[in-house]
Write a protein that binds this ligand. Sequence first.
Ligand code: ARG
Length: 651
Amino acid sequence: MQILSLIRDRFEKALTGLVVDPASHTQRITVARDSRHGDYQANIAMSLKAEMGLPPQQIAAEIVARLQIDDICLPPEIAGPGFINLKLRDDFLATQVTLSATDSRFGVEAIVPRRYVIDYSAPNVAKPMHVGHIRSTVIGDALVRILRFLGHRVVSDNHLGDWGTQFGMIIYGYKNFVNENGFAENPVAELSRLYRLVQQVIGYQDAYPKLAKAEAAVLDAQQLYQAANAKAASDPKAKAGAKQAAKSLRAAEELLESLQQKVSAIESEPALEAIAQNHQNLEQKVQFETAKLHAGDTTNLELWNKFLPISISEIDSVYRRLNINFDYTYGESFYHEMLEPLVSKLVVAGMAVESEGATCIFLPGFEAPMIVRKRDGAFLYATTDLATIEYRMQHFQPDVILYVVDHRQGEHFSKLFAAAKAIGYENVDLQHISFGTVLGSDGKPFKTRSGSVIGLEYLLDEAVDRAYQAVCDPQRLQKAGLNMPEEEKRHIANTVGLGAIKFADLSHNRTSDYEFNTEKMVQLEGNTSAYIQYMYARAQSIMKKSDSQISRESVAGYSVIFAESAERDLVLQLLQFEDALHQSVEAYYPSVLASYLYSVAKQFAVFFDQCPVLIASTEQLKRSRLAICFSTSEVLRLGLSLLGIGTVDRM
Ligand code: ARG
C-alpha cells in the first residue's frame, strides 16, 4: 500500500482538465508536518495561482470539488492561504493494516522492474582491510536487498581490487623476505606482514629525502606565525592573518611529524634499516614485479594464484559473518585480457587518440583527458572500469549501474561516465553512490589498532562483545525475567552486535561522515538497531503471552479499532512502509528506511506505554491491539531484513 502515491493519483485525476501538466504538481503532496493539520497536506493551489489566474483559496476549493477521495479520506479541509489538508479515514486505515498483515510482503507491490548492476564492496585484497570497507559493503547490500524486494532485477558484483600494485608488493616481499615457517603456519598473517614491511620501507625511502625541506618549512612557518601574532597584538584587523599563519604552522608540523614517523619506524629497528639500505628504490622494484605479473610472467602469475585465495579468505570470513552474498566477484583481473582489444578498438574507431605517447579519450567539459594506456603501455584503473562497463552491457543489459564507492573517487567516476557516453553507452544510467568517511572519536579518519592483522574482524568481535555486555547483562536479564541458555545469549549478541555495525552506518545519510563507536551503537536506547530489535522482541513477547495465536493466517480475523491516538498514529506509520522503501531508493539513500524503522519503533514504544494489550478493557480491543503488535513486528522484521539486519524473538 503506497498511500502517498494513491493520494497523488487522485489529485492527478482531479487536476486533469484543469491545468496543463497535472502530474508535475502532485510532488507537492507530502506527509503533514504537524499532525494537527491532518495526515497529508497538498501545497498545490499557491503554485497554480499564475496558471489559473485565481486566488489560491478558490483554486483549492475547485480542486477539492473535483477530488474523488472519500473512500480514503474525510472531507478535505482548506486552510490558510490555500493548503488542502487530508485526514485518512479510520476505517480505511483499519482495513488496510490487517490486509497488509496477511501478506508476507506487508502489502508491498512489485513494480515495473528495471535491470540493475550494483558494484559494491570491492576492497583491494592483499592489503589489510579497514572500517571504510564496511561502508560500501553495507550500503551496497542494503540497496541490493531493497531494490530486489521492490521487484527489480539486480545483479550484484564485487569488483575486487585483485590485480594492483599490492600484489607487486607481496610478490617482492615474498621473494625477498618471506618467513617460510610463518607462511606455512598462518599465510594470511605472513602476507600482511610482508605487505606492511614493503609499504613501510617504501614510505621511508619516500620520506627520508623530504625531511630537510619539511624541517625548514616548519621554521619558516614559525617565523611567519610569530610575526603575524605580533602584528595582531597591535592591529585587530590582522587577526585573520594570525589565524591563517597558525593554521599553516600546524599543517607544516603535521607534515614533518608524519615524515619523521615514517623515518623513525625504520631507523629504530636495525633489521629494517638494513633492508631499506639493501633494497634501494623499492617502489620501482615493486612496480617492476607488478608489470611482470601483468605481462604474464610465469613465476609471478604462480605466486599471484597462490596469494589470491589467501587474501580473499580474509574478506570472505567477514562477508560470511555479515551475511553478504554476491552474484559475481569479477575482480579487476577478470578484465585483464579485455583491455588491449578494447583500447585498440577505441583507437581504430577514432574515439581514443595518442597524445604525448599515451592513449587518451578526450572528453567535452573536462580539462584533462581520460588516459586509457600509459606511455609505458600499462593500462589503468579507468581502463579496467571501461572494459567492465562493456562487459556488463553485453552480459547483463542493465538500465542502471550503481557504483557504491567512497567520495574521493568522484572525479574518476564523472570522467568514466563521460567516457562511457562518448564511446556509445548512452542508454544506461551510471551513478556514483558516494559516501563519506568513517571517523574515530578524535574526528579524524578511523584507524583500527595498528598492529592488528585483521582490522575488520577485530571490530566485528568488539561490537558483538559490547552487545553481549549491553543486552545479556545478567542483572538486566533477571529483571526482564529472561532465563536463557548461554547459546541463546551468544546468538542475541551476534544479531545485535553485527546489526549495530550495519545500522550505525546505514542510519547516517551516506554522504556525511560518521563516528564509529561500538559502545554507542549497541545501546538499547536511541537511534540504534538494538532499540528497534528490542521493540520487535517486545511485540513478540506480548503476542506469545496472549492466549490467542495470532499469525499471518489468522490476523484477518482481528479487526482493528482506534481507542487511543497512539494506536492510530502507529498504524498510519506502518502503512507508510512501502512509501519509505520507494523513497529510500529514489536517490539511493538506505538511511531513509533506517530512520523510518526508528520512527516506527519509537511510535510502538508510545503505543506500548499507553495501550495495555493483554489487559485491554474489552476482548475486541485486546484483539485489535494484538493485530497492531503483529503488524508492527512484521514491518520491523521485514524492514530490518532489507538493511541486512536480523531479529530475535526475545532479548
Ligand atoms: N577497489 C577500489 C578501491 O578500493 C574500488 C572499486 C570500485 N568499483 C569500480 N568499478 N571502480 O578503491
